[in-house]
Design a protein around this ligand. Structure first.
Ligand code: 9PG
Length: 489
């Protein structure tokens, strides 16, 4: 069919279409929009929190990451064909006029591709799509509003200010250092103290290990007594072979059509695997796990490596991957009830909407700017590095009306840190822009000035204005991220 959007004439292939005030509602399993923009910039939206989201020139392909076997989660596998001109959920093209043509799914399991002649969407079944043409800020805002109507939106409330153990202590946590940190944080206006990876017996066995001999409930009590909401990290959809769960419930694991286990990534000293989140016993186990942790006092739960439940595989119920994932996330939401804060991480984006309170929108930050071994030589822009975290997070700010968006932690320490003051300022400013404030700096590592800067960061309510795609004004001061958005080649 032929349609006209804001004086732009387009040829569209779809099963149905209805004009809207702010665009066009299309229906179909496959959508193709023919354009005449030529080799313009394509907005690629990554599969999950850590996957690359960026505006990319269509005439300059990037090599696909060469570490896919080790990191199957970098992107959904079908997205690596025609990399990087593929994406998940939404895609957009920049017109010569400067306006933007956006095609965004209003359902799950949707992927996109683009080239100099077409913008195409493909879903696992016929779903609604939103097509719009106009100012970039406007088309993304309208798309977000439609997504909220379809998939849900959490009630607006201010994002918690979080102290998270990961980027200070990594896995090296124990009850003594946690208690020391809690007392060192006294007087700083954090809402949540969140324990990250390192407290559990194994990935899959979510009980406290020997470094926390008094158990998780006692830990939550220590945190609450220090005046913070207890927060905890776990990775509910994955299992490592050393876990009891792996041996006790081999039938819960995600397998391919040949019955082989589907590898979900490599970490913690080996390959880890995914749960089949359409299996009734798995759903019951997930509800119970989330409920037990909230019952122990953890009213803030960071659930991680969630993409694993959305990998291709043969499941108990024959559902497409993101729908299967959403069943798992629903079980966790049911387990904790409506009042516990769920921060999803490593998570498919659209499929988490309406269920999560907050979402990590980029890769991990790190106390260094870039890791060229991984970014340049392995073409992988998802590894821990300040640059990667900033780039993808900046390109996901349009999600902000739907839930809290977490661009990851800010550094105030100069100890154990290779970032320059201006690099640290860019990270801090993006936390203000995104509206999610967190750090992992150990209070003992901060000198008086650094501690004062952290306190000011937590207390400030800066006025934020977006001037251009990557340019902002923060309390009158201009911040330009354009150089961050560029991809090293
Ligand atoms: C804990 C961490 C922190 C962090 C999460 C996540 O192997 N990997 O590719 C890999 C990717 C991300 C990652 C760890 C490993 O970080 O984003 O905030 O919670 O897990 O293990």
């Amino acid at each position: 069919m032929q349609i006209s959007l804001d004086n732009l004439n387009l040829t569209i292939s779809a099963q149905g279409g209805t004009p809207l005030e702010d665009g066009y509602l299309l229906e179909g399993e496959r959508i193709a929009v023919t354009h005449r923009f030529g080799n313009t910039q394509y907005y690629r939206h990554g599969f999950h929190s850590w996957s690359l989201s960026a505006w990319l020139p269509l005439d300059q392909p990037l090599p696909a990451p060469t570490v896919q076997a080790m990191w199957p989660h970098i992107d959904a596998l079908p997205l690596l064909e025609n990399y990087p001109f593929t994406g998940s959920g939404v895609g957009a093209l920049q017109a010569p006029s400067g306006k933007v043509l956006l095609l965004g799914a209003l359902g799950l399991d949707a992927h996109l591709t683009a080239n100099g002649a077409e913008l195409c969407g493909k879903a696992a079944s016929s779903i609604p799509w939103f097509l719009a043409y106009g100012r970039e800020e406007e088309v993304f805002r309208h798309y977000a509003a439609r997504l909220g109507e379809r998939l849900g939106q959490r009630p607006p409330k201010p994002a918690p200010r979080v102290w998270c153990s990961w980027y200070g202590l990594y896995g090296d946590i124990n009850v003594d250092i946690i208690r020391d940190t809690l007392s060192g944080l006294r007087g700083l206006p954090f809402d949540v103290f969140q324990l990250d990876d390192g407290w559990q017996i194994a990935i899959g066995d979510w009980d406290a290990n020997e470094r926390f001999p008094e158990g998780t409930a006692s830990l939550a009590l220590d945190i609450a007594n220090a005046g913070f909401v207890p927060g905890i990290w776990y990775a509910p959809f994955i299992v490592q072979p050393t876990a009891r769960l792996f041996h006790d419930h081999a039938d819960w694991l995600l397998r391919d059509a040949d019955g082989n286990l589907v590898p979900a990534g490599q970490n913690w000293g080996g390959t880890f695997y995914a749960l089949d989140t359409t299996h009734p016993a798995v759903l019951e186990w997930l509800r119970h796990l989330a409920h037990r942790l909230s019952g122990h006092g953890f009213r803030y739960q960071k659930i991680d490596f969630l993409y694993a439940a959305a990998l291709p595989g043969k499941r108990t119920l024959d559902l497409p991957p993101e729908q299967a994932y959403r069943m798992g996330l629903e079980a966790i939401r049911q387990g904790v009830g409506n009042d516990v804060y769920l921060l999803v991480c490593g998570s498919p984006i659209l499929a988490s909407l309406g269920l999560a309170d907050g979402m990590r929108i980029g890769p991990d930050v790190a106390p260094f700017w870039d890791n060229s071994d991984r970014s340049i030589h392995l073409h992988d822009l998802t590894g821990p590095a300040a640059l990667n975290a900033l780039r993808t997070s900046l390109n996901r700010l349009w999600l902000r009306p739907l839930l809290h968006i977490d661009p990851d932690v800010v550094y105030f320490r100069t100890r154990y840190n290779l970032l320059t003051p201006s690099q640290r300022a860019l990270i801090r400013d993006l936390a203000w822009i995104a509206g999610f404030r967190a750090t992992s700096d150990l209070p003992a590592w901060l000198d008086a000035d650094e501690r004062a800067a952290l306190q000011a960061f937590l207390e400030a309510q800066p006025a934020i204005e977006q001037l251009e795609r990557y340019r902002f004004r923060i309390d009158g001061r201009e911040v330009d991220y354009s150089f961050v958005a560029d991809i090293p080649r």
